[in-house]
Design a protein around this ligand. Structure first.
Ligand SMILES: Nc1ncnc2c1ncn2[C@@H]1O[C@H](COP(=O)(O)OP(=O)(O)OP(=O)(O)O)[C@@H](O)[C@H]1O
Ligand SMILES: [Mg+2]
Length: 571
């Protein structure tokens, strides 16, 4: 922020000059009127020039002041956004487990904006306060009793203003909350439109939206009512003040106690008093809003990333690929309690080995994959890569060595080439194609009119579930990781294609450790060895045939998975 000081100083200087010019106008006008009316009939040209000069100074300085202030506040806005965004990217998976994207977006937009408005507005209001006191002081030098008559309505305005704020502010919070509610319904209906349509739930959804919109409408209408009640009153008060000044001042003028010029200048100051006063009210309101917003932003900034680089972390260029889980305990932080998922999970996968991890659904297979890539840290026990605790490895180098392909991959709204090259943006098209070939998606991409330049993602070309999985697989393969983890990553791929993928993996994996998490027999058969897990620990390990012969639960789990697949789900 310190870099903005010179600009801020210039802004404040311009503001002060503009202020002096503003307050000077009535004083000059007073002299002019008095000069013209006292019968001596002096030369008015000087006054005209002075007034014009003041007007130009006020316009130029006032303009510069506002321009600089807004520029500064927008810079601040950008800086805040960058700080928040940088922090968001550092936060761990566990933060995103607890937070909805709508909440993060509202913090990044509405809350930062309300702070920005305060920063843009506070100096303007501060300057206005100065105007207030300056005008007040000048009024006192002109006529003390008249000054207090002019201020007679201020206590009323204060009380009314406070009441207005106390009614309006809670309403504005309600409106904000209900707009978010409406926005969420619209957002969910756009994103979940396929679900809504396939269950013919449009009517119910429209009714839900209408209910929510009516609640918003009620809050908005009430706030309009409040404004309609208070605003005319608040606007009428200055006019009452002016009336009082003209009444008392006029009487004084007739009596010869003050001149017409004085009365004119006085009236101008009374008008000048009003705006700062209204601004003070707005400033109080905006400060309260900004304080609440700042708190919401600090809540995010105060969240410490759980996965942090340990001091003196080791960089791993190319791991051999020995992956070990040693008596690992883990549970997700669900609210306050940690529910156990892994409970003494131990297994060791040798470099170059292909192992299938099999277990009933929800038993913690994906969790094992997440711990290997250090998306979460084990609560007890150790995960090691090449014999080194993953917590003492540099996170980026660990994730270069362990690539995970998920079952529901996320595609960005960029070209398919860039989607595949996400982890290695500098990869050549040849490398991208080689990865795509291994993942059996090259032919599909090549057949598209725009080939690898086809934009995928939300508004782009819609790929099928199996095609998306293969893009994600290509993305992981392009990293040429020492350890490749396929977490249900080919569950939506046809079995024939899966076989081809298996062959390609075998061919290109030379020395790569592969962990396959799967329910389907066809996928499991790609592995040399099966690790069967249940209840958070490894129950048995061996070849598929061995486990089929010795582990009735293994047979059962595979049969269950097959039954589920036949029933329609992929698992
Ligand atoms: N981010 C999370 N936060 C809280 N609980 C979670 C989270 N992810 C998974 N769980 C819970 O942890 C348990 C293990 O989940 P996990 O995804 O590892 O199972 P899985 O074996 O991969 O299941 P599936 O075969 O269905 O993919 C489940 O009970 C699940 O509800
Ligand atoms: Mg899973």
């Amino acid at each position: 922020m310190a870099v903005h000081r010179p600009l801020l100083a210039i802004a404040v200087f311009c503001g002060l000059v503009g202020l002096a010019a503003q307050v000077g106008v009535p004083a000059v006008a007073r002299w002019a009127i008095d000069a013209a009316t006292d019968g001596r009939g002096g030369d008015l040209r000087t006054f005209v020039i002075a007034l014009a000069g003041l007007a130009v100074a006020r316009a130029l300085c006032g303009g510069t002041y506002r321009h600089l202030l807004f520029k500064l506040s927008l810079r601040l806005d950008t800086e805040l956004r960058m700080i928040l965004y940088r922090h968001l990217t550092r936060l761990s998976f566990s933060f995103y487990d607890r937070t909805t994207s709508g909440d993060v977006i509202s913090r990044a937009n509405t809350d930062i904006r309300s702070i920005q408005i305060l920063f843009a507005f506070a100096p303007v209001a501060g300057m206005a306060m100065l105007t207030f006191f300056l005008a007040f002081a000048l009024m006192l030098t002109i006529h003390v009793p008249l000054t207090f008559v002019a201020l007679a309505t201020l206590p009323v305005a204060t009380v009314l203003g406070n009441r207005y704020r106390n009614t309006f502010l809670p309403l504005s919070w309600i409106i904000q909350g209900r707009s978010a509610e409406v926005a969420t319904i619209v957002d969910e209906n756009v994103n979940g439109t396929r679900v809504v349509k396939s269950f013919a739930a449009e009517r119910a959804e429209i009714a839900k939206l209408a209910r929510s919109a009516r609640r918003l409408q009620w809050a908005s209408a009430t706030s309009v009512d409040v404004r309609a009640r208070y605003n005319p009153l608040l606007e009428a008060l200055p006019r009452v003040a002016m009336g009082l000044v003209l009444l008392y001042g006029g009487w004084l003028a007739i009596d010869g106690q003050v001149s017409i010029g004085t009365l004119f200048a006085f009236n101008a100051y009374v008008i000048m008093l009003q705006l700062p006063f209204r601004m003070a009210g707005f400033l109080v309101m905006q400060s309260q809003r900004a304080a609440a917003s700042a708190e919401r932003i600090f809540q995010v900034l105060d969240t410490t990333p759980e996965i942090t680089e340990s001091p003196g972390a080791r960089t791993l260029d190319r791991a051999e690929g020995r992956l070990e889980f040693d008596d690992v305990m883990f549970g997700y932080a669900d609210g306050r309690a940690r529910r156990g998922v892994l409970d003494g999970f131990s297994c060791r996968i040798e470099p170059g080995e292909t192992v299938a991890l099999v277990g009933p659904t929800g038993c913690g297979k994906s969790t094992v994959a997440r711990l290997a890539a250090r998306f979460y840290d084990a609560t007890a026990g150790t995960v090691r890569l090449d014999g080194v605790d993953v917590r003492s490895l540099e996170v980026a180098s660990l994730r270069r060595n362990i690539a995970v392909a998920f079952d529901e991959p996320f595609l960005f709204s960029v070209s398919l080439r860039d989607n595949i090259a996400f982890g290695r943006p500098e990869a050549s098209l040849g490398d991208v194609m080689r990865a795509a070939r291994a993942a059996q998606i090259h032919e599909t991409i090549a057949a598209l009119p725009e080939g690898y330049d086809t934009i995928s993602g939300e508004r782009g070309y819609t790929l099928s579930g199996g095609q998306r999985q293969r893009i994600a697989l290509a993305r992981a393969l392009l990293m040429d990781p020492s350890v490749l983890i396929l977490d249900d990553a080919v569950s939506a791929v046809d079995m024939g294609v899966e076989e081809a993928i298996g062959a390609a993996l075998r061919e290109e994996r030379a020395g790569r450790t592969t962990l396959i998490i799967a329910h389907r027999l066809s996928t499991i058969s790609l592995a040399d060895r099966v690790v069967f897990t249940e209840g958070g620990a490894v129950v048995a390990t061996g070849t598929h045939a061995e486990l089929m012969a010795t582990e009735p639960r293994y047979v059962q789990v595979l049969a269950d998975a097959e039954a589920r697949a036949d029933a329609g789900g992929s698992h």
